[in-house]
Write a protein that binds this ligand. Structure first.
Ligand code: GDG
Length: 530
């Protein structure tokens, strides 16, 4: 089997810096990490060779680092055709665990739903329904329509696949050589804890929600049985983690509104429901600076950097996003258009480079959104090409880079004068943190109030309301013309904050709370951290 890494990663430094209680906990435990997507995908080349592609996400990085200390198993869906072939071979050989050479010490257990169940779970419920709800993306007079097909996708897709996940987790826990700790990730798996509890009431369950938790009123757009099941599912965990205090508070409100029997203690951030207490905690996710720098310094990134030089101008604005409606890409371009209208002196002197990763192309809204982006960029480029020609220059104000290329995105972060992060709503937004770390020009961060990162970084960024095109145009102008001393001060504060609040801290804070819980339950086994 050949192994291909996505991004040339140096090993993370997380491991050498863990506090004693975290290290002790990990040494005693088997971590069962549960997520829709696993740490690697398997693919087959034309000549039959199987290759692995490792994901670059923060969760994979953090959990891979933890896995070096602990006995760790990852439970995830077989996503690619090759994943499914491997899963089938394992089933025939009665093997449950697959070792992953890219992640030493790590083993994978596949959940293999049939394709229809997976489609209902992923393409009808998790992404169009839950993701849209949790990012307030609906035009409510028109959507969502919860019809019989949605209900069918709920029962035969979301509920069924969550049950399969639970069965696999329980099997993994039974086979675990050490005390199992189950770490569930995100909105695909809200019901899994309920089903795990039916089979294993004793397991320690921790669930981290990476995306926003909207106001309880907005949850009413989902039928009561669905939102009750989601609240009950999350309350089957011992700890539920959110990105910001506001999301945690909103979750408590939602539970209060939908489960009258639940006792919600807002001060202690705890809920007791049917005799079980769940702690609701806040863990703002971050980046691993060592790892991000390593990718940004890689040969690949340096090559991109040289190539990208040609696209820079006296002023350079960039953005980096999945091509996703919640990231608010179109309004960002409208604001740029407005900037150029108000400040014709910028014509020919500023370039906007947008690095967009196509995403969820099986969902109609995403295809339409990419079309909208292309249309607005085409219109702006045509409009100013004419204006520039009158002045005798050839100029393209927007350059779109569409594709999956993480080193290229990081390479570009080094040279922006302004980084635009104007997401409508975002759980955190790691791009804001990567930019703050990597930028070499004291670039200004423009940050939406709707991004979870705003809570940490907002004080050193220029704030925008995501719908305010005029205000965003003004922020772009301010960012481009800010005096050097102020730029330097803000950039330094941003960098310092990101380095001090890194991914290690995100992981360690969670381990701290888990160790605390263990110490309360079994005081003879672990010393509680102070
Ligand atoms: C979800 C939540 C939360 C950039 N270009 C490429 C690429 N990237 C990297 C970025 C960044 C990551 O992808 C995107 O992370 P974000 O946090 O900005 O956004 P989501 O993808 O929506 O992530 C979010 C996060 O989970 C963690 O909890 O912060 O709120 O929505 O690191 O630099 N990655 C790849 N190819 C690229 O071309 N593979």
């Amino acid at each position: 089997m050949a192994h291909q890494r996505a991004g040339q990663h140096r090993d993370s430094q997380l491991d050498v810096q863990l506090p004693d209680y975290a290290r002790e906990l990990l040494e005693r435990s088997t971590l069962i990490i549960v997520s829709n997507r696993g740490p690697v995908e398997f693919h087959q080349t034309n000549d039959g060779e199987i290759t692995t592609k490792r994901g670059t996400g923060g969760v994979i990085t953090a959990m891979s680092a933890a896995a070096r200390f602990a006995d760790a198993v990852w439970v995830a869906c077989a996503m690619t055709a090759t994943d499914r072939v491997i899963a089938e071979k394992m089933r025939q050989r009665r093997e449950a665990l697959l070792t992953i050479p890219d992640l030493p010490g790590f083993r994978l257990r596949f959940v293999v739903p049939d394709t229809e169940a997976y489609h209902g779970y992923y393409n009808r419920i998790a992404n169009p329904l839950l993701w849209f709800l949790q990012h307030y993306l609906w035009d409510t007079p028109r959507a969502p329509d919860i019809d019989h097909e949605t209900w069918q996708a709920w029962h035969e897709g979301y509920v069924a696949v969550n049950r399969l996940f639970a069965e696999e987790v329980v099997a993994a826990a039974a086979a675990a050589p050490r005390e199992p700790i189950v770490l569930l990730q995100d909105y695909h798996l809200y019901l899994t804890p309920t089903f795990i509890r039916e089979l294993r009431p004793d397991l320690l369950l921790h669930h981290f929600v990476h995306i926003p938790w909207p106001d309880q009123d907005y949850w009413r757009l989902l039928p009561l049985p669905m939102r009750r099941a989601i609240c009950e599912g999350l309350l089957a965990n011992d700890i539920v983690g959110f990105q910001t205090p506001r999301h945690a508070r909103s979750f408590l409100n939602t539970v209060d509104a939908n489960l009258p029997e639940a006792e919600v203690d807002y001060r202690r951030r705890e809920v007791t429901y049917r005799g079980h207490t769940t702690r609701v905690r806040v863990y703002p996710i971050s980046i691993d600076p060592e790892l991000v720098r390593a990718v940004a310094e890689s040969e690949d990134a340096c090559r991109h950097r040289e190539h990208l030089e040609a696209f820079r101008n006296e002023y350079t604005i960039i953005r980096v996003d999945r091509a996703e409606p919640s990231k608010n890409v179109v309004r960002g371009f409208l604001a740029y258009d407005r900037l150029l209208e108000k400040h014709p002196e910028l014509i020919g002197r500023v370039n906007f480079l947008a690095f967009l990763v196509p995403t969820r192309m099986e969902v109609a809204e995403y295809i339409n959104y990419l079309d909208e982006i292309n249309a607005v960029v085409g219109r702006i480029n045509a409009k100013y090409a004419n204006a520039a020609e009158i002045e005798g220059i050839h100029w393209e104000p927007v350059h779109l880079f569409v594709g999956d290329d993480y080193p290229r995105a990081l390479a570009a972060m080094k040279f922006y004068d302004v980084l635009l992060v104007n997401a409508i709503f975002d759980g955190m937004n790691l791009v804001a943190k990567e930019g703050a770390l990597l930028n070499e020009r004291n670039g200004v961060l423009i940050l939406s109030e709707g991004a979870g990162a705003y809570q940490q970084l907002g004080q050193w960024a220029l704030t925008v309301s995501p719908t305010d095109i005029e205000g965003t145009a003004e922020a772009l102008w301010q960012g481009l013309t800010m005096p050097a001393a102020e730029r330097a001060w803000r950039a330094e504060q941003l960098r310092r904050h990101v380095v001090e609040h890194d991914l290690r801290r995100w992981l360690v804070d969670q381990l701290h709370d888990i160790a605390d819980l263990y110490a309360e339950r079994t005081p003879h086994r672990l010393i509680a951290p102070s």
